[in-house]
Design a protein around this ligand. Structure first.
Ligand SMILES: Cc1cc2nc3c(=O)[nH]c(=O)nc-3n(C[C@H](O)[C@H](O)[C@H](O)COP(=O)(O)OP(=O)(O)OC[C@H]3O[C@@H](n4cnc5c(N)ncnc54)[C@H](O)[C@@H]3O)c2cc1C
Length: 363
């Protein structure tokens, strides 16, 4: 009978990193995934010669040199730097908030002028103890930045007015008094040339993979194949939702091929007014400086999550945190199973963090 040291449930970055480490150590592993492709949420699909990020735009950025060196073994990374543009009713602003943004908003030229403008708007608002997200944002960046660049976008993301959202959601809003449009403060940043799927393919090369199979539909059969299971699916589903489902926030993507070489001139444009129904448009070719004759765009809509939908962002509130703790206690009793990754640990991890966790476990 076929037998493996480890069965890995999920061919996302966590599963692929564990599989790669095990192979390097001479251990055998079988990777299964219920989707019909590898890569999990970083999966990219080629359309019109363009790598399309099917589950949302993914920009690799890290301060961790070991993780950076690790991923560079499987892909060449380009020099892409994330510099989103905000579109507020046709007015375009640089993000994150920096001197270009302030110059466009107020005509200020020096950092001192910009700081003074924000300080005086904060003072005019006179908020000492913010009671909701609106007051919190105004007390951090003043009224103009809030009204044009924070309010509408945040309300679309959460599906509620900022006055009804708790202040703690935004502890700080990054403000830079330099002309620096680089969104991330990371030492290393880029997109794998040729897409994430090719990178994960390389990580998994030499490992046996079976796609389109759901571990939970026949777990006895799969468990019999290996001594240990690394499970990267949703932890609550593993336990048949016995304490109730963990909640997520969801995103819906509408992807379209356009017969134009360049739709918006940037990979990421955020629509920060309340009226435009989507939060942002991704033009995928700009992640790789593409010169194809056509382009592919995805409009992103924030949506309420219900059981059965694709889980995206864990909800970081007390109710869900304590529910997760209940599941984690059960997970600790599953002697032969390791729960890992964003769904197995019910935690938002950037790609570098998920790889770091997997390397800690299996590296
Ligand atoms: C919209 C969005 C944008 C993001 N952008 C960035 C970004 O720009 N930069 C960044 O660093 N990070 C980003 N991230 C985070 C990144 O997506 C994650 O860090 C990464 O995908 C986590 O990998 P994973 O292996 O833990 O999970 P996943 O990629 O979700 O992999 C889990 C896999 O397990 C499979 N599976 C689940 N249950 C079963 C089962 N029962 N049987 C078989 N298979 C199963 C699933 O099909 C899936 O393929 C973003 C996340 C989201 C939601």
């Amino acid at each position: 009978m076929e037998h493996y040291d480890v069965l890995i449930v999920g061919a996302g970055l966590y599963g692929a990193t564990v599989a790669q480490c095990l192979r390097e150590k001479g251990k055998s592993a079988l990777v299964i995934d219920k989707r019909d492709h590898i890569g999990g949420n970083v999966y990219t699909q080629e359309i019109e010669g363009i790598q399309v990020h099917k589950y949302g735009a993914h920009i690799f950025h890290t301060n961790n040199k070991a993780v950076w060196d690790y991923v560079n073994r499987f892909a060449e990374f380009n020099r892409y730097t994330n510099s989103p543009v905000a579109n507020y009713k046709g007015e375009l602003y640089s993000l994150p908030f920096n001197m270009y943004t302030f110059n466009k908003l107020w005509g200020v030229v020096t950092p001192q002028e910009a700081e003074e403008k924000i300080r005086s708007q904060r003072e005019d608002a006179g908020i000492t103890e913010p009671k909701n997200l609106e007051e919190q944002a105004i007390s951090l960046v003043g009224t103009d930045v809030y009204e044009k660049l924070v309010k509408g976008y945040t309300e679309k993301q959460w599906g509620r007015p900022c006055t009804e959202l708790p202040a703690f959601i935004i502890r700080r809003l990054p403000v830079r008094f330099t002309f620096d449009n680089n969104y991330f403060n990371a030492r290393f940043q880029g997109i794998p040339v040729g897409g994430y799927t090719a990178m994960v393919e390389k990580m998994l090369s030499g490992t046996e993979i079976r796609l389109g199979v759901d571990y939970l539909e026949d777990r006895e059969k799969w468990n019999a194949l290996a001594d240990t299971v690394v499970y990267t699916g949703p932890i609550d589903r593993y336990f048949d939702y016995c304490f109730g489902p963990l909640e997520y926030r969801s995103v819906r993507f509408e992807t379209e091929v356009l017969k134009t070489p360049n739709f918006q001139g940037n990979a990421v444009v955020n629509y920060t007014d309340r009226e435009t129904p989507y939060t942002r448009i991704i033009e995928h070719k700009h992640f790789e400086f593409g010169t194809q004759p056509r382009t592919v765009i995805s409009r992103e809509y924030s949506s309420e999550w219900k059981l059965g939908d694709e889980p995206y962002y864990p909800v970081n509130d007390e109710k869900n945190k304590s529910l997760y703790e209940q599941y984690r206690a059960l997970a600790e009793k599953e002697a032969h199973v390791i729960f890992g990754g964003r769904l197995g640990e019910y935690k938002y991890y950037d790609m570098d963090a998920v790889i770091e966790r997997a390397l800690d476990f299996a590296g």
